[in-house]
Design a protein around this ligand. Structure first.
Ligand code: CA
Length: 518
Protein backbone atom coordinates (compact mmCIF):
# COMPACT_ATOMS: atom_id res chain seq x y z
CA UNK A 1 0.00 0.00 0.00
CA UNK A 2 1.42 3.41 -0.99
CA UNK A 3 1.38 5.94 1.83
CA UNK A 4 -1.05 3.94 3.94
CA UNK A 5 -2.26 5.57 7.15
CA UNK A 6 -3.77 3.89 10.17
CA UNK A 7 -6.33 5.48 12.46
CA UNK A 8 -6.42 4.36 16.06
CA UNK A 9 -10.20 4.22 16.03
CA UNK A 10 -10.89 4.95 19.70
CA UNK A 11 -9.67 6.83 22.74
CA UNK A 12 -10.03 5.79 26.39
CA UNK A 13 -12.88 8.08 27.33
CA UNK A 14 -15.39 7.41 24.55
CA UNK A 15 -18.97 7.35 25.90
CA UNK A 16 -20.25 3.97 27.17
CA UNK A 17 -23.38 4.25 25.04
CA UNK A 18 -22.81 1.17 22.89
CA UNK A 19 -22.98 3.21 19.66
CA UNK A 20 -19.32 3.20 18.67
CA UNK A 21 -19.41 0.33 16.12
CA UNK A 22 -22.37 2.05 14.43
CA UNK A 23 -20.47 5.34 14.36
CA UNK A 24 -17.44 3.62 12.81
CA UNK A 25 -19.69 2.05 10.19
CA UNK A 26 -21.24 5.41 9.39
CA UNK A 27 -17.81 7.11 9.23
CA UNK A 28 -16.13 4.48 7.03
CA UNK A 29 -16.39 6.18 3.64
CA UNK A 30 -15.59 9.60 5.08
CA UNK A 31 -12.43 8.16 6.70
CA UNK A 32 -11.42 6.66 3.37
CA UNK A 33 -11.83 10.00 1.56
CA UNK A 34 -9.81 11.68 4.31
CA UNK A 35 -6.89 9.37 3.58
CA UNK A 36 -7.10 6.48 6.06
CA UNK A 37 -6.32 3.01 4.78
CA UNK A 38 -6.63 1.07 8.06
CA UNK A 39 -8.50 1.44 11.33
CA UNK A 40 -7.34 -0.19 14.56
CA UNK A 41 -10.56 -1.06 16.37
CA UNK A 42 -10.65 -1.39 20.18
CA UNK A 43 -10.95 -4.87 21.80
CA UNK A 44 -14.34 -6.23 20.82
CA UNK A 45 -14.82 -8.96 23.45
CA UNK A 46 -16.52 -8.84 26.82
CA UNK A 47 -14.40 -7.31 29.58
CA UNK A 48 -14.83 -7.72 33.32
CA UNK A 49 -16.28 -4.19 33.43
CA UNK A 50 -19.17 -5.20 31.15
CA UNK A 51 -20.74 -2.37 29.16
CA UNK A 52 -18.20 0.18 30.35
CA UNK A 53 -15.00 -1.87 29.90
CA UNK A 54 -12.63 -0.24 27.38
CA UNK A 55 -11.77 -3.81 26.43
CA UNK A 56 -8.43 -4.52 28.06
CA UNK A 57 -9.92 -6.22 31.14
CA UNK A 58 -10.65 -9.33 29.05
CA UNK A 59 -13.24 -11.71 30.48
CA UNK A 60 -14.41 -13.80 27.49
CA UNK A 61 -12.58 -13.75 24.16
CA UNK A 62 -15.52 -15.47 22.42
CA UNK A 63 -18.17 -12.96 23.51
CA UNK A 64 -18.05 -10.11 21.00
CA UNK A 65 -21.23 -8.59 22.40
CA UNK A 66 -23.41 -11.68 21.86
CA UNK A 67 -24.14 -13.26 25.25
CA UNK A 68 -25.67 -12.05 28.53
CA UNK A 69 -22.48 -11.86 30.58
CA UNK A 70 -21.22 -9.18 33.00
CA UNK A 71 -24.77 -7.75 33.11
CA UNK A 72 -24.82 -6.92 29.41
CA UNK A 73 -25.03 -8.42 25.96
CA UNK A 74 -23.32 -5.53 24.16
CA UNK A 75 -19.86 -4.25 24.98
CA UNK A 76 -18.94 -0.60 25.49
CA UNK A 77 -18.95 -0.29 21.68
CA UNK A 78 -22.04 -2.25 20.70
CA UNK A 79 -23.11 -5.76 19.71
CA UNK A 80 -21.31 -8.42 17.72
CA UNK A 81 -23.58 -7.78 14.71
CA UNK A 82 -22.70 -4.09 14.82
CA UNK A 83 -18.97 -4.91 15.08
CA UNK A 84 -19.14 -7.17 12.03
CA UNK A 85 -21.14 -4.55 10.18
CA UNK A 86 -18.50 -1.89 11.00
CA UNK A 87 -15.76 -4.17 9.66
CA UNK A 88 -17.71 -4.79 6.44
CA UNK A 89 -18.25 -1.04 5.99
CA UNK A 90 -14.54 -0.28 6.48
CA UNK A 91 -13.54 -2.96 3.98
CA UNK A 92 -16.12 -1.73 1.50
CA UNK A 93 -14.51 1.70 1.85
CA UNK A 94 -11.08 0.21 1.04
CA UNK A 95 -9.95 0.39 4.67
CA UNK A 96 -8.33 -2.50 6.53
CA UNK A 97 -9.98 -3.40 9.85
CA UNK A 98 -7.43 -4.32 12.50
CA UNK A 99 -8.60 -6.20 15.59
CA UNK A 100 -7.11 -5.54 19.04
CA UNK A 101 -5.85 -8.83 20.53
CA UNK A 102 -5.37 -8.96 24.30
CA UNK A 103 -4.00 -12.36 25.33
CA UNK A 104 -1.70 -11.50 28.25
CA UNK A 105 -4.29 -11.63 31.01
CA UNK A 106 -7.87 -12.33 31.96
CA UNK A 107 -10.11 -10.74 34.59
CA UNK A 108 -13.50 -11.13 36.22
CA UNK A 109 -13.45 -14.92 36.81
CA UNK A 110 -16.66 -16.86 37.53
CA UNK A 111 -15.22 -18.64 40.56
CA UNK A 112 -12.25 -19.02 42.87
CA UNK A 113 -9.83 -21.82 43.76
CA UNK A 114 -7.44 -22.30 46.67
CA UNK A 115 -4.01 -23.33 45.46
CA UNK A 116 -0.33 -23.35 46.49
CA UNK A 117 1.81 -20.48 45.25
CA UNK A 118 5.26 -18.99 45.65
CA UNK A 119 5.46 -15.39 46.84
CA UNK A 120 7.81 -13.54 44.46
CA UNK A 121 9.39 -10.12 44.97
CA UNK A 122 7.57 -7.78 42.55
CA UNK A 123 10.75 -5.79 41.96
CA UNK A 124 13.08 -8.82 41.45
CA UNK A 125 10.99 -11.37 39.65
CA UNK A 126 13.95 -13.24 38.20
CA UNK A 127 14.78 -14.50 41.72
CA UNK A 128 12.25 -17.23 42.65
CA UNK A 129 10.60 -16.49 46.00
CA UNK A 130 11.22 -19.03 48.76
CA UNK A 131 8.00 -18.48 50.70
CA UNK A 132 5.13 -20.84 49.85
CA UNK A 133 1.54 -19.90 50.59
CA UNK A 134 -2.01 -21.19 50.07
CA UNK A 135 -3.85 -18.51 48.14
CA UNK A 136 -7.48 -18.16 47.14
CA UNK A 137 -7.59 -16.83 43.62
CA UNK A 138 -10.23 -15.94 41.03
CA UNK A 139 -9.09 -18.18 38.20
CA UNK A 140 -12.14 -20.24 37.22
CA UNK A 141 -13.72 -19.09 33.96
CA UNK A 142 -16.70 -21.23 32.95
CA UNK A 143 -18.68 -18.60 30.99
CA UNK A 144 -22.15 -19.74 32.08
CA UNK A 145 -23.78 -17.01 29.98
CA UNK A 146 -22.21 -18.41 26.80
CA UNK A 147 -22.88 -22.06 27.73
CA UNK A 148 -20.24 -23.61 25.48
CA UNK A 149 -21.09 -21.69 22.29
CA UNK A 150 -18.08 -21.24 19.91
CA UNK A 151 -15.78 -23.11 22.38
CA UNK A 152 -16.23 -25.39 25.37
CA UNK A 153 -12.81 -24.54 26.78
CA UNK A 154 -12.93 -23.44 30.42
CA UNK A 155 -10.09 -21.94 32.37
CA UNK A 156 -8.69 -22.69 35.82
CA UNK A 157 -5.47 -21.92 37.69
CA UNK A 158 -3.49 -24.39 35.56
CA UNK A 159 -4.04 -22.02 32.61
CA UNK A 160 -2.37 -19.12 34.41
CA UNK A 161 1.11 -18.47 35.78
CA UNK A 162 0.17 -16.20 38.63
CA UNK A 163 -1.99 -13.45 40.07
CA UNK A 164 -1.58 -10.37 42.27
CA UNK A 165 -4.44 -10.86 44.75
CA UNK A 166 -5.09 -13.47 47.45
CA UNK A 167 -8.76 -13.32 48.32
CA UNK A 168 -8.20 -15.60 51.36
CA UNK A 169 -5.87 -13.19 53.16
CA UNK A 170 -7.27 -10.12 51.33
CA UNK A 171 -3.69 -9.38 50.40
CA UNK A 172 -1.97 -8.16 47.27
CA UNK A 173 1.39 -9.53 46.18
CA UNK A 174 2.97 -11.41 43.32
CA UNK A 175 1.80 -15.03 43.63
CA UNK A 176 3.30 -17.57 41.19
CA UNK A 177 1.45 -20.87 41.15
CA UNK A 178 3.43 -23.87 42.35
CA UNK A 179 5.04 -25.70 39.46
CA UNK A 180 4.93 -22.58 37.23
CA UNK A 181 7.76 -20.36 35.98
CA UNK A 182 7.51 -16.88 34.51
CA UNK A 183 8.24 -17.18 30.79
CA UNK A 184 11.96 -16.58 30.17
CA UNK A 185 11.58 -14.74 26.83
CA UNK A 186 9.82 -11.58 28.03
CA UNK A 187 10.99 -8.03 28.79
CA UNK A 188 13.76 -7.82 31.44
CA UNK A 189 12.32 -4.89 33.41
CA UNK A 190 11.85 -5.87 37.10
CA UNK A 191 14.00 -8.93 36.34
CA UNK A 192 11.17 -10.53 34.36
CA UNK A 193 8.09 -8.65 33.13
CA UNK A 194 5.84 -11.63 32.32
CA UNK A 195 3.30 -10.49 34.92
CA UNK A 196 1.38 -7.30 34.13
CA UNK A 197 -2.10 -7.58 35.67
CA UNK A 198 -5.06 -9.82 36.41
CA UNK A 199 -4.68 -13.56 35.87
CA UNK A 200 -1.49 -13.91 33.84
CA UNK A 201 -2.19 -16.30 30.97
CA UNK A 202 0.32 -19.16 30.82
CA UNK A 203 0.94 -19.25 27.08
CA UNK A 204 3.68 -21.84 27.71
CA UNK A 205 0.97 -24.36 28.75
CA UNK A 206 0.43 -26.34 25.49
CA UNK A 207 -3.32 -26.65 26.10
CA UNK A 208 -3.62 -22.86 26.52
CA UNK A 209 -1.45 -22.17 23.46
CA UNK A 210 -3.58 -24.56 21.39
CA UNK A 211 -6.83 -22.95 22.59
CA UNK A 212 -5.54 -19.43 21.84
CA UNK A 213 -4.52 -20.56 18.37
CA UNK A 214 -7.98 -22.05 17.84
CA UNK A 215 -9.46 -18.78 19.04
CA UNK A 216 -7.26 -16.74 16.67
CA UNK A 217 -8.43 -18.81 13.69
CA UNK A 218 -12.05 -18.55 14.84
CA UNK A 219 -11.75 -14.80 15.31
CA UNK A 220 -10.21 -14.19 11.88
CA UNK A 221 -12.87 -16.38 10.20
CA UNK A 222 -15.78 -14.97 12.19
CA UNK A 223 -14.93 -11.27 11.82
CA UNK A 224 -13.03 -11.28 8.51
CA UNK A 225 -10.63 -8.74 10.01
CA UNK A 226 -7.54 -7.81 7.98
CA UNK A 227 -5.01 -8.02 10.77
CA UNK A 228 -4.20 -7.45 14.38
CA UNK A 229 -2.88 -5.00 16.91
CA UNK A 230 -1.27 -7.18 19.60
CA UNK A 231 -1.50 -5.88 23.15
CA UNK A 232 1.31 -5.96 25.74
CA UNK A 233 3.70 -8.19 23.78
CA UNK A 234 6.59 -7.41 26.13
CA UNK A 235 4.71 -9.34 28.84
CA UNK A 236 4.13 -12.45 26.69
CA UNK A 237 6.65 -15.16 25.82
CA UNK A 238 8.13 -14.08 22.45
CA UNK A 239 7.87 -17.63 21.16
CA UNK A 240 4.08 -17.44 21.52
CA UNK A 241 3.35 -14.86 18.80
CA UNK A 242 6.25 -16.20 16.70
CA UNK A 243 4.13 -19.38 16.37
CA UNK A 244 0.59 -17.97 16.74
CA UNK A 245 0.70 -15.42 13.91
CA UNK A 246 2.03 -17.76 11.18
CA UNK A 247 -0.49 -20.42 12.31
CA UNK A 248 -3.45 -18.04 12.02
CA UNK A 249 -2.13 -16.74 8.69
CA UNK A 250 -1.77 -20.29 7.35
CA UNK A 251 -5.29 -21.14 8.50
CA UNK A 252 -6.91 -18.16 6.78
CA UNK A 253 -4.61 -18.11 3.77
CA UNK A 254 -4.52 -14.35 4.21
CA UNK A 255 -1.62 -11.98 4.86
CA UNK A 256 -3.08 -10.59 8.12
CA UNK A 257 -1.05 -7.52 8.97
CA UNK A 258 0.16 -7.31 12.60
CA UNK A 259 1.59 -4.61 14.84
CA UNK A 260 2.65 -5.27 18.42
CA UNK A 261 2.64 -2.94 21.40
CA UNK A 262 6.06 -3.28 23.05
CA UNK A 263 6.12 -0.33 25.42
CA UNK A 264 9.74 0.69 25.96
CA UNK A 265 11.44 4.04 25.52
CA UNK A 266 14.72 2.40 24.40
CA UNK A 267 14.92 0.84 20.95
CA UNK A 268 17.17 -2.15 21.78
CA UNK A 269 14.46 -4.27 23.47
CA UNK A 270 12.22 -3.63 20.44
CA UNK A 271 14.80 -4.75 17.88
CA UNK A 272 15.68 -7.76 20.06
CA UNK A 273 11.99 -8.73 20.20
CA UNK A 274 11.60 -8.38 16.42
CA UNK A 275 14.51 -10.81 16.01
CA UNK A 276 12.95 -13.23 18.53
CA UNK A 277 9.65 -13.31 16.62
CA UNK A 278 11.38 -13.70 13.23
CA UNK A 279 10.05 -10.28 12.19
CA UNK A 280 6.49 -11.62 11.94
CA UNK A 281 5.03 -8.28 13.04
CA UNK A 282 5.72 -4.55 13.13
CA UNK A 283 6.03 -2.67 16.41
CA UNK A 284 4.79 0.73 17.53
CA UNK A 285 7.69 3.18 17.73
CA UNK A 286 7.44 4.03 21.45
CA UNK A 287 10.95 5.60 21.52
CA UNK A 288 9.88 8.11 18.83
CA UNK A 289 6.76 8.98 20.84
CA UNK A 290 9.03 9.63 23.82
CA UNK A 291 11.24 11.96 21.73
CA UNK A 292 8.25 13.87 20.40
CA UNK A 293 6.93 14.31 23.93
CA UNK A 294 10.30 15.57 25.19
CA UNK A 295 10.58 17.94 22.23
CA UNK A 296 7.14 19.35 23.07
CA UNK A 297 7.73 19.83 26.78
CA UNK A 298 11.34 20.88 27.26
CA UNK A 299 10.91 24.63 26.63
CA UNK A 300 12.99 24.51 23.45
CA UNK A 301 15.89 22.70 25.14
CA UNK A 302 15.39 19.36 23.34
CA UNK A 303 17.98 18.77 20.59
CA UNK A 304 15.81 18.29 17.51
CA UNK A 305 18.74 17.02 15.43
CA UNK A 306 18.56 13.80 17.47
CA UNK A 307 14.81 13.28 17.07
CA UNK A 308 15.09 10.08 15.04
CA UNK A 309 18.20 8.71 16.78
CA UNK A 310 17.48 5.56 18.75
CA UNK A 311 13.98 5.23 17.32
CA UNK A 312 12.52 2.13 15.69
CA UNK A 313 11.83 3.94 12.43
CA UNK A 314 15.49 4.99 12.49
CA UNK A 315 16.79 1.40 12.92
CA UNK A 316 14.05 -0.70 11.32
CA UNK A 317 12.27 1.66 8.92
CA UNK A 318 10.06 -1.08 7.45
CA UNK A 319 8.90 -2.48 10.80
CA UNK A 320 7.94 0.70 12.63
CA UNK A 321 4.44 2.01 13.19
CA UNK A 322 4.98 5.64 14.07
CA UNK A 323 2.51 7.50 16.26
CA UNK A 324 2.25 10.70 18.27
CA UNK A 325 -0.11 9.65 21.08
CA UNK A 326 -2.48 6.81 21.97
CA UNK A 327 -5.12 5.69 24.48
CA UNK A 328 -2.44 4.97 27.12
CA UNK A 329 -0.54 8.26 26.76
CA UNK A 330 -3.67 10.44 26.75
CA UNK A 331 -4.26 12.60 29.86
CA UNK A 332 -5.52 10.62 32.86
CA UNK A 333 -4.14 7.25 31.67
CA UNK A 334 -1.53 4.86 33.08
CA UNK A 335 1.32 5.86 30.79
CA UNK A 336 0.24 9.50 30.45
CA UNK A 337 2.89 11.26 28.38
CA UNK A 338 0.91 13.59 26.17
CA UNK A 339 2.65 15.42 23.33
CA UNK A 340 1.68 19.03 23.94
CA UNK A 341 -0.84 20.67 21.62
CA UNK A 342 1.43 23.39 20.21
CA UNK A 343 3.81 20.71 18.89
CA UNK A 344 1.23 18.30 17.48
CA UNK A 345 1.29 19.67 13.93
CA UNK A 346 5.09 19.31 13.81
CA UNK A 347 4.89 15.82 15.30
CA UNK A 348 2.27 14.69 12.80
CA UNK A 349 4.18 16.28 9.91
CA UNK A 350 7.23 14.27 11.00
CA UNK A 351 5.34 10.96 10.86
CA UNK A 352 2.94 11.62 7.97
CA UNK A 353 5.15 13.22 5.35
CA UNK A 354 8.33 11.14 5.59
CA UNK A 355 9.29 8.14 3.50
CA UNK A 356 9.50 5.58 6.30
CA UNK A 357 7.28 4.38 9.10
CA UNK A 358 3.63 3.38 8.90
CA UNK A 359 1.88 6.30 10.64
CA UNK A 360 -0.99 5.81 13.08
CA UNK A 361 -3.19 8.83 13.84
CA UNK A 362 -4.83 8.87 17.27
CA UNK A 363 -8.59 9.45 17.38
CA UNK A 364 -8.03 11.80 20.34
CA UNK A 365 -5.99 14.03 18.00
CA UNK A 366 -8.24 13.50 14.98
CA UNK A 367 -11.51 14.50 16.66
CA UNK A 368 -10.35 15.71 20.09
CA UNK A 369 -11.10 14.35 23.57
CA UNK A 370 -14.33 16.06 24.69
CA UNK A 371 -14.16 14.70 28.26
CA UNK A 372 -10.84 16.54 28.75
CA UNK A 373 -11.81 19.56 26.64
CA UNK A 374 -8.95 18.73 24.27
CA UNK A 375 -9.56 19.97 20.74
CA UNK A 376 -8.75 18.15 17.52
CA UNK A 377 -5.37 18.96 15.93
CA UNK A 378 -6.53 21.50 13.32
CA UNK A 379 -3.75 20.80 10.80
CA UNK A 380 -4.33 17.03 10.70
CA UNK A 381 -6.77 16.90 7.77
CA UNK A 382 -4.41 18.98 5.64
CA UNK A 383 -1.37 16.88 6.62
CA UNK A 384 -3.28 13.73 5.67
CA UNK A 385 -4.16 15.27 2.30
CA UNK A 386 -0.52 16.23 1.76
CA UNK A 387 0.56 12.67 2.62
CA UNK A 388 -1.76 11.34 -0.06
CA UNK A 389 -1.02 13.91 -2.76
CA UNK A 390 2.56 15.16 -2.21
CA UNK A 391 4.68 12.96 0.12
CA UNK A 392 6.41 10.92 -2.59
CA UNK A 393 9.88 10.40 -3.96
CA UNK A 394 13.38 10.55 -2.62
CA UNK A 395 13.86 12.13 0.80
CA UNK A 396 16.60 14.60 1.80
CA UNK A 397 17.11 15.18 5.51
CA UNK A 398 18.25 18.35 7.27
CA UNK A 399 18.50 17.33 10.91
CA UNK A 400 21.46 19.67 11.25
CA UNK A 401 20.39 22.20 13.89
CA UNK A 402 19.36 21.86 17.55
CA UNK A 403 15.94 23.43 17.01
CA UNK A 404 15.15 23.91 13.29
CA UNK A 405 14.95 20.65 11.35
CA UNK A 406 13.59 19.82 7.95
CA UNK A 407 13.38 17.44 5.05
CA UNK A 408 12.23 17.40 1.46
CA UNK A 409 10.60 14.88 -0.85
CA UNK A 410 11.48 15.08 -4.54
CA UNK A 411 8.10 13.88 -5.76
CA UNK A 412 7.27 11.04 -8.15
CA UNK A 413 6.54 11.15 -11.88
CA UNK A 414 3.27 9.23 -11.53
CA UNK A 415 2.01 11.68 -8.89
CA UNK A 416 1.51 14.96 -10.74
CA UNK A 417 2.71 18.03 -8.84
CA UNK A 418 4.07 15.96 -5.95
CA UNK A 419 7.08 16.73 -3.76
CA UNK A 420 7.35 18.94 -0.70
CA UNK A 421 9.60 20.76 1.73
CA UNK A 422 8.97 20.53 5.49
CA UNK A 423 10.47 22.61 8.29
CA UNK A 424 9.68 22.75 11.98
CA UNK A 425 11.18 24.17 15.15
CA UNK A 426 10.72 23.68 18.87
CA UNK A 427 12.14 27.16 19.57
CA UNK A 428 12.74 30.32 17.50
CA UNK A 429 11.90 30.45 13.83
CA UNK A 430 14.43 30.78 11.03
CA UNK A 431 15.32 29.55 7.57
CA UNK A 432 17.09 26.65 5.93
CA UNK A 433 18.36 26.03 2.43
CA UNK A 434 17.24 22.60 1.29
CA UNK A 435 17.60 20.56 -1.91
CA UNK A 436 14.27 19.61 -3.48
CA UNK A 437 15.57 17.90 -6.65
CA UNK A 438 17.16 18.94 -9.93
CA UNK A 439 13.82 18.45 -11.64
CA UNK A 440 12.42 21.44 -9.77
CA UNK A 441 14.99 24.06 -10.84
CA UNK A 442 13.26 27.37 -11.47
CA UNK A 443 9.97 26.26 -9.95
CA UNK A 444 7.97 28.22 -7.42
CA UNK A 445 7.19 26.46 -4.12
CA UNK A 446 4.04 27.63 -2.36
CA UNK A 447 3.81 27.69 1.43
CA UNK A 448 0.61 25.74 2.20
CA UNK A 449 1.17 25.53 5.96
CA UNK A 450 3.02 28.04 8.10
CA UNK A 451 2.12 31.41 6.48
CA UNK A 452 5.35 32.20 4.63
CA UNK A 453 5.92 33.57 1.12
CA UNK A 454 6.68 31.68 -2.08
CA UNK A 455 10.18 30.28 -2.64
CA UNK A 456 11.88 30.02 -6.05
CA UNK A 457 14.13 26.98 -6.51
CA UNK A 458 17.62 28.03 -7.61
CA UNK A 459 19.91 26.57 -10.28
CA UNK A 460 21.20 23.89 -7.92
CA UNK A 461 17.74 22.59 -7.08
CA UNK A 462 17.66 24.27 -3.67
CA UNK A 463 15.34 26.74 -1.99
CA UNK A 464 15.55 28.80 1.18
CA UNK A 465 12.53 27.84 3.28
CA UNK A 466 11.29 29.63 6.39
CA UNK A 467 9.51 28.64 9.60
CA UNK A 468 8.01 30.87 12.31
CA UNK A 469 8.71 30.61 16.08
CA UNK A 470 7.53 27.24 17.42
CA UNK A 471 5.99 26.56 14.03
CA UNK A 472 5.69 24.21 11.09
CA UNK A 473 6.00 25.00 7.41
CA UNK A 474 5.09 22.85 4.42
CA UNK A 475 5.85 23.99 0.88
CA UNK A 476 4.70 22.28 -2.30
CA UNK A 477 5.60 22.94 -5.96
CA UNK A 478 3.16 25.15 -7.86
CA UNK A 479 1.61 22.88 -10.48
CA UNK A 480 1.72 23.54 -14.20
CA UNK A 481 -1.72 23.53 -15.92
CA UNK A 482 -0.90 20.08 -17.35
CA UNK A 483 0.03 18.70 -13.93
CA UNK A 484 -3.09 20.19 -12.41
CA UNK A 485 -5.26 18.50 -15.02
CA UNK A 486 -3.64 15.09 -14.40
CA UNK A 487 -3.86 15.66 -10.62
CA UNK A 488 -7.58 16.43 -10.83
CA UNK A 489 -8.15 13.38 -13.04
CA UNK A 490 -6.46 11.12 -10.48
CA UNK A 491 -8.54 12.63 -7.68
CA UNK A 492 -11.74 12.22 -9.67
CA UNK A 493 -10.91 8.59 -10.52
CA UNK A 494 -10.43 7.82 -6.82
CA UNK A 495 -13.72 9.58 -5.96
CA UNK A 496 -15.56 7.66 -8.65
CA UNK A 497 -14.09 4.36 -7.45
CA UNK A 498 -15.19 5.11 -3.88
CA UNK A 499 -18.64 6.07 -5.15
CA UNK A 500 -18.99 2.70 -6.92
CA UNK A 501 -17.78 0.89 -3.80
CA UNK A 502 -20.35 2.82 -1.73
CA UNK A 503 -23.24 1.81 -3.97
CA UNK A 504 -22.10 -1.82 -4.03
CA UNK A 505 -21.90 -1.81 -0.23
CA UNK A 506 -25.39 -0.31 0.12
CA UNK A 507 -26.77 -3.04 -2.16
CA UNK A 508 -25.01 -5.82 -0.23
CA UNK A 509 -26.19 -4.49 3.14
CA UNK A 510 -29.78 -4.17 1.87
CA UNK A 511 -29.56 -7.79 0.67
CA UNK A 512 -28.37 -8.88 4.09
CA UNK A 513 -31.24 -7.08 5.75
CA UNK A 514 -33.79 -8.74 3.46
CA UNK A 515 -32.23 -12.14 4.17
CA UNK A 516 -32.26 -11.53 7.92
CA UNK A 517 -35.93 -10.54 7.79
CA UNK A 518 -36.68 -13.79 5.96
CA1 CA B 1 2.32 -12.42 30.80
Amino acid sequence: MTNGTMLQGFEWELPDDGHWWRRIRNMAFRLSRQGFSAVWLPPAYKGCGGASDVGYGVYDLYDLGEFPQKHTIRTKYGTKEEYLSAIRALQAADIQALADVVLNHKMGADGSETVAAWVDDPEHRDIPGQKEKQVTVFTRFTFPGRAGAHSDFTWDHTCFTGVDWDEGAKESGLFRFKGKQWAPDVDREKGNYDYLMGDDVDVCNPAVAAELQRWGCWYADETGCDGFRLDAVKHISASFYRDWLPAVRRHTGRELYAVGEYWHTQVEPLTAYLAQVDGCMNLFDAPLHQHLREASSSGGQYDMSKLFEGTLVGCRPHQAVTFVDNHDTQPGQSLESWVEGWFKAAAYGLILLRAFGYPCVFLGDWQGIPTRKIAAVPQLPQLLRLRRTHAYGEEHDYFDHPSIIGFTREGAADRPGSGLAFLCTNAEGGEKRMFVGKGHIGRVYRCVMGRSGDVVIDGEGCGVFRVRDGGVSVYVPRMTPGEYLRFRRQQAAREAQLGRRYLAWLRREAGRKREANG
